[in-house]
Design a protein around this ligand. Structure first.
Ligand code: ADP
Length: 230
């Protein structure tokens, strides 16, 4: 569960990035956040991942009250939330397998567990047989699916996908979206930001529109409504 109660983020005196945002996302929901550039989408996601702190308001994610968390508790947040970005952020000198395995190595998983877990998650994202490829040998869509595999390998409760299809052509973009839907069907909450109207219209999910740091509409089974954004 994600709960935001009147969350405000002011970076500097002249700029209120988020203005008393209140939101409630249930476990296993698939939520799309839309908004023009500068609307506050990235700020919202950064508050969820604890990269940024709110100026005021309350944030509770998966039972963790962010006001009460110490810096040493940040690994708890990382454990609950997987993140993928528009630019993939893969390690260029590691294979597909190694990229995903690395996410487990750094938190102390043993070799046996890694050999057991990584092939399963690569299968989940449709990359079976590509374990030994290097990132530069993959299409953009495949690279993004490696990034998704890495984000979900520890089975987070929530997956945040920040413009994951921004660098992809429509065919590869849709493959990535289908993987997000599959992960959602298996029980993970998905929070997706996108500018892609076609994807929003095909998905027909809950759509939250943000404009000038405020929620201007929040609809179930919704289509992309450009009127929300002005
Ligand atoms: P979006 O992701 O929707 O494009 P952002 O959350 O990046 O929007 O930005 C919201 C507002 O906050 C914008 O006016 C932006 O200029 C401002 N902003 C974002 N990050 C910072 C920062 N680190 N310092 C100062 N202002 C920022």
């Amino acid at each position: 569960m994600i709960l935001l109660d009147r969350v405000t983020k002011v970076y500097n005196r002249t700029n209120t990035a988020l203005d008393r945002i209140s939101l409630h996302v249930e476990p296993r929901e698939f939520v799309i956040i839309i908004g023009t550039s500068g609307a506050g989408k990235s700020t919202l996601l950064k508050l969820l991942t604890k990269e940024e702190k709110p100026t005021s308001g309350k944030i509770v994610v998966g039972g963790l009250d962010y006001d009460k968390l110490k810096d040493r508790d940040i690994p708890l947040v990382r454990r609950k939330i997987g993140v993928v970005f528009q630019d993939f952020k893969l390690l260029p000198n590691k294979t597909v397998f190694e990229n995903v395995a690395f996410a487990l190595e750094i938190v102390g998983y043993g070799n046996k567990e890694i050999q057991h877990t990584v092939p399963r998650v690569l299968d989940l994202v449709g990359l079976k047989g590509k374990e030994k490829r290097m990132p530069h040998e993959l299409s953009g869509g495949e690279r993004q699916r490696v990034a998704i595999a890495r984000a979900v390998v520890r089975q987070p409760k929530i997956l945040i996908a920040d413009e994951p299809t921004g660098n992809l052509d429509p065919k590869h973009a849709w493959e990535v979206i289908k993987v997000l839907e599959k992960i959602n069907r298996y029980g993970t909450t998905v929070v997706l930001t996108t500018h892609n109207q076609d994807i929003v219209n095909k998905l027909k999910r809950r759509v939250i529109a943000i404009n000038d740091g405020r929620v201007v509409s929040d609809r179930a089974n919704a289509e992309y409504n450009t009127k929300d954004l002005h």
